[in-house]
Design a protein around this ligand. Structure first.
Ligand code: DAH
Length: 355
């Protein structure tokens, strides 16, 4: 009896230890524990039977049983630790973050160069007390041409130069022109709209899109941005215009640049002038970047023509005013040395990111 039970214990131990050693995970290990040491386990059953042994056999068999149980418990604990370590290592490996991988960069957008230059110019004139005015991009002929003193036969009215929204054929009398609908060719019609609504003193700046039937080339775009200025007050002189433009040029291009006014013609100003700024490269000597001129044209301007005042009912005997208009793309190109205006509208980020 004693031999029998001892052998049985040794067999159970060997069997259990080999199962512990081969348990692949914690779950399997736990089921081995339950199978031998659980309430209904094989070893537990043997230990329970000890009570039935004759009294003198009990201590020896009890000792062996305890040794088997202890051996099994410590094997289970050791294997458990090993399996837990393996599981942790697997998890660490799985969740590892490679801190040497370069991050994914989020590219931040920024304001387009055209809007940047418009904002810069707006800031200069808002600083001088001007207000911002706006007008429609789809405009009446009356505001775009007639009230700006363009005669009916003026070449800018030709369908080859201006985008008409409504067909012009059938316009018989000069008055019929006025209600023609077109895409404004300049921001000057905003002058008329402002003066219709507001009495002097008027100090406004009107930035906006304009449209012309031009083929895009390095110096022309069929759609571009103009910035119009208008001042009407008592005692406004050509000297005020020149001083204002010098301030503008110095703020935008730098204090070293010089300003030159050349006589010119616009239907809505008299006298009119074109304004040049001295070339940044040669300072006025003449070089390749200014085509040998020494000067670069930046805008058109003049004193508001009395005929325009009559269209809007402002008394030209009491008030005088000046106006100016410039292309924002051209100012940006001159300021940043951009050789081709088309670059500004092509949306190539390699170009746009520079500004
Ligand atoms: N509207 C003119 C153009 O598009 C520019 C211009 C010239 C505007 C003289 C003005 C001005 O206000 O006084 O070419």
């Amino acid at each position: 009896m004693r031999m029998e039970i001892t052998e049985r214990l040794v067999d159970l131990r060997d069997e259990a230890l080999s199962k512990v050693a081969s348990a692949k995970d914690l779950e399997e290990l736990e089921s081995v524990r339950v199978a031998y040491l659980g309430k209904k386990g094989a070893l537990t059953a043997v230990l329970r039977g000890l009570g039935e042994l004759p009294a003198q056999q009990r201590p020896a068999v009890g000792r062996i049983s305890n040794e088997v149980r202890e051996a099994l418990e410590s094997a289970l604990a050791e294997r458990k630790q090993a399996l837990e370590r393996e599981a942790l290592e697997r998890r660490i490996a799985r969740e590892a973050v490679d801190v040497t991988l370069p991050g994914r960069q989020r590219v931040l957008g920024h304001q387009h160069i055209i809007h940047q230059i418009v904002d810069e110019i707006v800031d200069v004139f808002v600083g001088l007390g001007y207000r911002i005015a706006e007008g429609p991009e789809v405009e009446l002929d009356y505001y775009n041409f007639t009230a700006l003193n363009h005669p009916p036969e003026h070449p800018a009215r030709a369908a080859t130069d201006t985008f008409y929204v409504r067909d012009m054929t059938g316009a018989s009398s000069p008055d019929a022109f006025d209600s023609e609908v077109l895409l404004r060719t300049h921001t000057s019609p905003v002058q008329v709209r402002v003066m219709e609504k507001q009495r002097p003193p008027i100090y406004v700046l009107a930035p906006g899109k304009v449209f012309r039937r031009d083929v895009a080339d390095p110096s022309h775009l069929p759609q571009f941005t103009q910035i119009e200025g208008l001042v009407v007050d008592e005692g406004i002189t050509f000297g005020d215009l020149k001083g204002t433009l010098e301030r503008f040029v110095h703020e935008i291009f730098g204090p070293d640049r010089r300003v030159r006014l050349r006589p010119h013609f616009f239907p809505f100003t008299e006298p009119s002038a074109e304004v040049d700024v001295s070339c940044a490269m040669c300072g006025g000597e003449g070089c390749r970047s200014c085509g040998g001129e020494g000067w670069l044209e930046v805008l058109g301007c003049g004193m508001v023509d009395p005929n325009v005042f009559r269209y809007v009912g402002i008394d030209p005997e009491r008030y005088s005013g000046f106006a100016f208009g410039m292309g924002a793309e051209r100012i940006a190109a001159l300021k940043h040395g951009i050789p081709d205006l088309r670059l500004l509208i092509e949306g190539d980020m390699r170009f746009l990111r520079q500004f």
